[in-house]
Design a protein around this ligand. Structure first.
Ligand code: COA
Length: 179
């Protein structure tokens, strides 16, 4: 059966349970993202202030017909001076929505949204060298492996090495079915 296309939309008050679950349950956001319990009161405050969308970061819900599958996020990364910036993206699908082929299309839609609405040249993402599912999903979304960043994330008592991926505006546009 063909997997329905995920739609990205802003977070509403009715979606905050997803962020609460991901703040409290290690696997709700994925063990590769778990860095301890998070401040859900702070998330609620930020939601009230700016709906979790600012000029430097954002969060959207991944919606499928059965319900909310998870969230995608982005934040600004600068290389040298603020003007030399790009986006770094992330994804957290709820366990019950993993393994259905949603991760690639959801991240592809986030990249399309960011290239459509902001003038950046580059979108990047990193993932643990052991997170094979995310590596496949990023490749499906059009990303290219750039290299390895050693001992970059602390998880389960030790420093972990990540793969860094990116996609550039022109190469994404060349592969974009809308163009
Ligand atoms: C990582 C994630 C985005 C992948 O999305 P997904 O929709 O679950 O993944 P898919 O169903 O498209 O599977 C992706 C591929 O990985 C493969 N795969 C899945 N788990 C795997 C594993 N443990 N080992 C090897 N391959 C695996 C699948 O077979 C599929 O391969 P294919 O592209 O050749 O068909 C999603 O599982 C998720 O949100 N996980 C928790 C959070 C997380 O890890 N986020 C990324 C952190 S940086």
């Amino acid at each position: 059966m063909e997997q329905p296309t995920p739609v990205l939309r802003p977070v509403t008050a009715a979606d905050l349970w997803v962020l609460e679950r991901q703040a409290d349950e290690p696997d709700a956001g994925g063990v590769f993202n778990w860095s301890g319990f998070r401040d859900i009161a702070g998330t609620r405050r930020r939601f009230e202030e700016h709906r979790l969308i600012t000029p430097d970061a954002g969060c959207l819900v991944v919606q499928v017909p059965e319900g909310v599958a998870g969230v995608v996020t982005w934040c600004r990364v600068s290389y040298g001076v603020p003007a030399w910036s790009c986006w770094n993206i992330g994804i957290q699908l709820l366990p019950e929505f993993r393994g259905r082929g949603l991760g690639g299309p959801a991240q592809q839609r986030l990249v399309a949204y960011l290239f459509d609405t902001t003038p950046v040249e580059r979108v990047e993402a990193y993932t643990d060298v052991e997170n094979v599912a995310e590596q496949r999903a990023l490749e499906r979304a059009g990303f290219t492996l750039e290299g390895t960043v050693r001992s970059a994330q602390f998880r389960e008592g030790r420093w972990r090495t990540v793969h860094l991926y990116s996609v550039l505006r022109d190469e994404f546009k060349a592969a974009d079915p809308r163009t």
